[in-house]
Design a protein around this ligand. Structure first.
Ligand code: ZN
Length: 148
């Protein structure tokens, strides 16, 4: 399906899926963990987040799945490292709006995530691209749970 994307998009996605950034795990705790799976495609992702105060100090992912999902997880970790929790969630909202065609991508704000614009032509694959973000949200929420 990556063949159906434009050249620029395909290159960025292939690069992330072949050489994933921030792949691996972090100790839990102090890091928190979130999981997502997409049975339609067979994608499974675990995201680990280490917060320092309100800043995403480190983020890693593990999992297996299609190229879109793995590339999205890699691009996500690269983009959100160093951002505040709030800003990371804003990036997700913007990324999601791009995927569903409600917003044009801004490379300045989204970085490599802008390359996922082409996924909007394959609505079934939007879930593949957002799955790592749902795992991230779960990890961020877990960190806020009382007593942790
Ligand atoms: Zn998938």
């Amino acid at each position: 399906m990556i063949g159906g994307l434009g050249d620029l998009y395909r290159e960025v996605l292939l690069d992330h899926s072949k050489r994933p950034r921030n792949k691996g795990s972090l100790g839990v705790p102090p890091a928190s963990r979130g999981e997502g799976n997409n049975p339609l495609c067979g994608d499974e992702v675990t995201v680990y987040v280490l917060l320092e105060g309100d800043t995403v100090a480190d983020v890693r992912f593990e999992g297996r799945g299609c190229a879109i999902c793995m590339a999205a997880a890699s691009a996500m970790t690269e983009k959100i490292k160093g951002l505040s929790r709030e800003r990371a969630l804003e990036v997700f909202d913007e990324f999601h709006e791009v995927l569903i065609g409600e917003r044009e991508p801004s490379g300045a704000r989204l970085g490599d995530l802008a390359a996922f614009e082409g996924v909007r032509r394959f609505p079934m694959r939007v879930k593949c691209a957002t799955l790592p973000w749902h795992a991230l949200k779960q990890a961020l929420a877990a960190d806020q749970a009382p007593g942790t």
